[in-house]
Structures are given as C-alpha cells and as structure tokens.
Design a binder for this molecule. Structure first.
Ligand SMILES: [Zn+2]
Ligand SMILES: [Zn+2]
Length: 246
C-alpha cells in the first residue's frame, strides 16, 4: 500500500467566489509544490474545468478527480466526485437542467469563466452558479450513486450551506460515502454531540478559493494505485484501504 495526500475540495476561477488566480494551471502547480497526489476540482454547480484540470494534472503526475460542489434545494453544499469523462458529462447535463437559472452579475457576484491552458477565456457561464438546484439532497445522492460517483456533504460543521445549518442534523437515512469536516472542528466532539456518527467516515479538505489555500488541509489516502477505484475503497475503508485525517 502507498500513502497519497489528497485535497478533494478546490474551487477554480469558474466559481464566482474564487480568486482570479485560481486557473487550472496555477492550481496544478501549487498542488505539485504542496506534494499532493490527488486533487478534486469542485466548482459550484459546474464541472466545466475538470477535463483541462485532468490533462494538466496528469502531466504533473497528479490524479485530478472530476467533481462539483452542488447546492441542493435545501441549500446544502455537497461534494460530488466522478470516475470518468462520461459520468462527468452526464452529471454536467443534469446540473444544467436542474439549476435555477438566475442571470449572473459578474461585477457584484463574481466572474464565472472557463479558460484554456494558455489562460485565455473560452467561455463565460451566464447564469449564476451561486444558485441552488431544484433537487433535494436525497435525490442528488441517488443521482450521484447511479453514476457510480462519490457523495460527500460538505463542511458539515460550518454555519452556512451545511447539513447542520440548513437541516439542523445529519439525516440518518442519507446514504453518503463520507462527511467533510473543516479543520477547525474536532471529529471527536462532533461524535460526542451526534453519537450516531461514531462509525461514519470523515474527510478534511481545504475548500480552497485562493491559491495559497490549495493543499493547506488534506486527507491522507492509503491505497495501492493512484486511481478512482482506490479512492472509493479508501473512503469506504475496505480491503485494507483507508483514510487518515490531520
Ligand atoms: Zn461550500
Ligand atoms: Zn467549496
């Protein structure tokens, strides 16, 4: 088994709230500098930067997972990760059909641009990616798993856009693969307040919006080879695969 450092929640310049320095090229360079082996690009309600990120990361020896941070009807953020280009494209279609299309106001809400490897803008998303989908969290979970993806409610301990802030609890019937907890909370104390979570799986990621945040919070993955199947096994903790938290 090998140990790999992963940061599975990173926003690129496509996210309206991310810094304009968060180009795919800059993110991959920073990930390399920080010694990361696995990154996931999780822009708000869009996967459009994932294919370029995958190509650039491969050249740097890094596995870039296709993903998005999706806002459900309840306004809960969920990190959704996918194995391949086919499922990413299917999921992108799903997002475009179900997001409530409010026009973006770049000056106020932030720019939402797709760039190429030369950092030239090739597309601008015209509806606000801040919006929510007209899809509830249980339905989103079912869709992600039907596409063989990984479903992780994001930053569950934060006072905004989290299970805790929107629902007040982690629904016992929600079929998530892991729960993301920010670096400021102790998992022990979360489990003391929520005993039903004791045997659940937890990860930590940076939720980077600025370049210096990439890799500032990571989870260590123990797995054989650098691939999506190994990542899934480690998150589930099966066959000797595992995750270790800072
Ligand atoms: Zn979020
Ligand atoms: Zn985020």
């Amino acid at each position: 088994m090998n140990l790999y450092q992963a940061d599975l929640h990173i926003h690129s310049v496509l996210s309206p709230c991310a810094d304009l320095e968060m180009s795919p090229g800059n993110i991959v360079s920073m990930a390399k500098n920080m010694g990361l082996s696995i990154i996931a690009i999780t822009d708000h309600n869009s996967t459009l930067h994932a294919p370029l990120m995958r190509r650039l990361a491969e050249n740097a020896g890094i596995l870039a997972i296709y993903g998005a941070e999706v806002t459900t009807r309840e306004e809960v953020h969920c990190v959704c990760l996918f194995a391949d280009e086919d499922s990413r494209a299917d999921f992108q279609n799903f997002l475009e059909v179900h997001i409530q299309k409010v026009p973006n106001k770049p000056d106020i809400l932030g720019y939402q641009v797709v760039v190429n490897e030369k950092e030239e803008i090739i597309e601008e998303v015209e509806y606000s990616l801040h919006g929510a989908l007209n899809v509830g969290i249980n339905e989103l979970e079912a869709v992600v798993h039907a596409m063989n993806g990984i479903f992780i409610p994001a930053h569950i301990d934060r006072p905004k856009y989290s299970l805790t802030s929107q629902l007040g609890f982690v629904p016992p019937d929600l079929n998530y693969d892991a729960l993301e907890v920010s670096i400021n909370s102790s998992i022990e104390s979360i489990c003391i307040h929520n005993p039903s979570l004791k045997r659940k799986r937890f990860i930590r990621s940076s939720d980077a919006h600025f370049i210096e945040q990439v890799g500032s919070v990571t989870t260590t993955f123990r797995m054989e080879n650098l691939n999506f199947d190994g990542l899934l096994k480690a998150i589930k903790g099966i066959d000797g695969y595992d995750i270790m938290l800072p």
